[in-house]
Design a protein around this ligand. Structure first.
Ligand code: ZN
Ligand code: FE
Ligand code: FE
Ligand code: ZN
Length: 266
């Protein structure tokens, strides 16, 4: 039995994941999870914004797929959520999305450091050569801080995503991290331990032990997520994530129901 929930998983509607919610749910039960949450990439105001998310007119279909999993797996608690891209100026759009269904939580993620560069996109690796690494991290954490300050999200996703391809600045980033975590604390926004980092070049959970230690000191709450894009990834490496969380002093994490927070010990 796993005492924590996997709150980050996708569906084929985002165009780069495989398996239906019912398949993720079946795998969740097989690995001993009692609670999961679907958080597929939300639509943008413009459907042609990029090619790795559901279209606007697919949002209801997404909700139906999750509802079907809930119906087929009454022994598993299944939450309805979205991973929403935070970009400055998109706040109104994010509020519109929030009003469309009774969501359990929103994960706010920063992937874009400009209107056209998603830092985790392997097709845009050449951008890293054109820009200073510390400057990219600074912009990224500025946006992450704005996302936390906005109060639009229950959870902030993969807090140090720019490390994915191992572009990590030599400069001291302590101030960037502290500012972000202070904002998260103030708005009671949680951060997630996202095990997908272990499957990327960086081979490390998002966020790093240093950021997580600082989060613990500042009393920022946590959740756990596999960021599964296939059923077999559900709950993957959760023993590593739990160990890391315990090492830095966490003994509880949050759960969300219709955007209300509860704590549970692990
Ligand atoms: Zn994805
Ligand atoms: Fe993401
Ligand atoms: Fe994700
Ligand atoms: Zn993600």
């Amino acid at each position: 039995m796993l005492s924590v929930a996997d709150y980050h998983m996708h569906t084929p509607l985002c165009q780069h994941a495989v398996g239906e919610p019912v398949d993720y749910a079946a795998h969740a039960l097989a690995v001993g999870l009692q609670e999961i949450g679907f958080s597929d990439h939300s639509p943008m105001l413009r459907d042609d914004f990029d090619n790795w998310r559901m279209r606007n007119d697919q949002l209801d279909q997404y909700v139906e797929k999750v509802r079907k999993a809930q119906k087929d797996f009454p022994n598993l608690r299944i939450k309805l959520a979205l991973e929403v891209d935070y970009l400055p100026g998109h706040e109104g759009w994010i509020r519109d999305l929030a009003a469309r269904h009774p969501w359990d939580y929103f994960i706010g993620s920063v992937h874009y450091v400009s209107e056209s560069w998603d830092v985790d996109n392997p097709a845009k690796l050449s951008e890293w050569k054109k820009r200073d690494t510390f400057e990219v991290w600074s912009v990224y954490f500025e946006r992450l801080t704005m996302a936390a300050e906005s109060g639009l999200f229950e959870i902030i996703g993969h807090a140090d995503l720019p490390k994915k391809f191992c572009f990590v600045p030599k400069e001291d980033c302590t101030k960037l991290f502290a500012r972000f975590l202070d904002a998260a604390r103030k708005t009671e926004t949680a951060i997630e331990l996202n095990t997908a980092g272990l499957r990327k070049e960086c081979k490390e959970i998002y966020p790093s032990p240093a950021i997580l230690r600082m989060a613990r000191e500042k009393n920022v709450a946590i959740t756990f997520g596999s960021d599964a894009h296939a059923p077999g990834e559900v709950g993957l490496d959760f023993s590593d994530a739990l160990q890391l969380a315990r090492e830095v002093g966490y003994s509880s994490c949050c759960k969300f129901t219709q955007r209300k927070r509860e704590f549970m010990n692990f």
